[in-house]
Design a protein around this ligand. Structure first.
Ligand code: NAD
Length: 453
């Protein structure tokens, strides 16, 4: 690993990556490589957890193509030196900010959207002019191998390389000195990464998880709300970092909500052996999730199939904040429904847990909307919608508190991999003596005046 990093550092030090044409060319190469290998990518992800071609295109590849397109159109703009004003004290001088790449970057991916979560940070790193070592998650082994193959065939390892491996390899990587670490994964491993980064004072972006709530008020459009909520929850079999983890429903509409949610699960064909519906990624996660299926709380679903790692989309009712399902991020197709009577009570419940990655509110009431947006802190979210805020690259994507540090997508991604170097540029033809010692009462008077501006 030392050799790879040294090779990348040597390449970075040639300053080749600072050339904007070079960056745009690499983005183009990545796009063409992905397009050319779409069937390999589809096959690999289907083998790993039965993700369909439709889902693979809509929730992974299309987002990467969009990111590349946006990055290529904006590289010059984002990387431009930006002039800023200068105070009169410094006359005559100009001041400007130079966005400069950080250097050799490590990107560690999670498994649940393996292509998107690996390549989207890479696109941002390349656009910002860095070299990249990508360590995808080892759990979907076929997708990790496909990414390694594609990158090896198209890029110089001194510029961009995929290092495959699990915990051991990641920990070995974390012992090395990087200029940036971008990690997507659990809060637990995020802490390990943060500690390792501290050794070298390496800047980090941590894209973590948590329990993202959905609040459904009595004034919402129930049919559309439940449709969007069910889609966001059971997409990818609930294995989505920004899926609504649990739902708080106003007591007065609990029964209507439950009936409508069941209807939606059926009509959106979230069912075993259906192309819309994925397997659980591995046996450990299957076991972990089945323990949450307490029979007396199951309103709908609850069936499992160990051999194929399928868990039926499940709604749990009469759930309380003390139940086991509320003690950890679910990350699977189980939707606990908790009721509340006042919006204040719902807010207290959400705020009793660490700050979530996402929050969703379904309401027609503008006062409730204002209150929730003011009183709940969360990474990002949506009103009367789930998940789709991720598709707007003008919205920086990331968590807060236990759900993450920093953000990316669009220009925010460029910023995550950039140092903004501040420069004051002064000519020497004028050098007023006012700030130089020895000081005098007159100079102090002048300084009092100048320092006002
Ligand atoms: P994870 O933390 O188990 O693994 C993430 C990466 O860390 C993998 O590449 C893995 O190899 C590595 N890793 C695992 N254990 C390690 C250890 N002990 N030391 C060093 N490296 C280690 O996460 P996961 O299971 O891949 O993903 C699920 C979690 O990720 C959920 O909490 C989910 O909410 C979160 N997530 C967040 C986002 C986001 O954008 N914020 C996106 C997807 C997933």
């Amino acid at each position: 690993m030392k050799e790879i990093i040294t090779a990348q550092r040597n390449f970075f030090n040639t300053h080749a990556t600072k050339n904007i044409h070079f960056r745009r060319k690499q983005l183009k190469i990545l796009q063409q490589a992905l397009e050319k290998n779409e069937s390999l990518l589809h096959e690999a992800i289907y083998k790993d957890f039965k993700k369909s071609e439709f889902d693979n295109y809509t929730t992974e590849l299309s987002l990467l193509y969009k990111d590349i397109k946006e990055a290529r159109s904006n590289t010059f703009k984002w990387a431009r030196t930006k002039p800023v004003s200068t105070s009169i004290l410094n006359f005559p001088a100009s001041s400007y900010i130079i966005p400069e790449p950080l250097g050799v970057c490590l990107v560690i991916g999670a498994w649940n959207y393996p292509y998107q979560l690996s390549f989207a940070p890479v696109i941002a790193a390349i656009t910002a002019g860095n070299t990249v070592i990508l360590k995808p998650s080892e759990l979907p082994s076929n997708t990790a191998a496909a990414m390694a193959k594609i990158v090896k065939e198209n890029f110089d390892p001194a510029y961009f390389i995929v290092v495959e491996g699990g915990v051991e390899e990641t920990q070995e990587l974390l012992k090395q000195n990087f200029d940036k670490i971008f990690f997507t994964g659990s809060t637990k491993v995020g802490k390990i990464v943060y500690k390792a980064a501290a050794e070298n004072l390496t800047p980090v972006t941590l894209e973590l998880g948590g329990k993202s709530p959905a609040i459904v008020t009595e004034s919402c459009n129930l049919k559309v709300s439940v449709k969007r909520l069910v889609w966001g929850k059971f997409l990818n079999a609930g294995q989505t970092c920004i899926a609504p983890d649990y739902v708080l429903v106003h007591k007065s509409i609990e029964q209507q909500f439950l009936q409508q949610a069941q209807k939606e699960i059926i009509s959106q064909h979230f069912a075993f052996e259906n192309d819309n519906y994925l397997q659980i990624i591995n046996d450990d996660n299957f076991e972990r999730l089945t323990k949450m299926l307490v029979p007396e709380k199951v309103y709908y679903g609850g069936q499992t199939h160990k051999e194929t790692r399928y868990i039926q989309p499940t709604i749990l009712q009469n759930v309380t904040m003390d139940d086991a399902v509320m003690q950890e991020e679910i990350f699977g197709p189980i939707l606990p429904v908790i009721t509340y009577e006042t919006i204040e009570e719902a807010i207290v419940k959400v705020n009793s847990l660490p700050k979530p990655l996402s929050c969703y509110l379904f309401t027609k009431s503008s006062s409730i909307k204002k209150k929730v947006l003011k009183e709940i802190s969360f990474g990002g979210g949506a009103i009367n919608e789930t998940v789709m805020h991720i598709s707007n690259s003008n919205l920086p994507f990331g968590g807060v508190g236990h759900s993450g540090i920093g953000n990316y997508h669009g220009e925010a991604g460029f910023r995550a991999f950039t140092h903004y170097k501040s420069v004051m540029d002064k000519p020497t033809w004028l050098d007023p003596s006012i700030r130089y010692y020895p000081n005098t009462p007159f100079r102090l008077k002048l300084m009092r005046w100048f320092l006002k501006f």
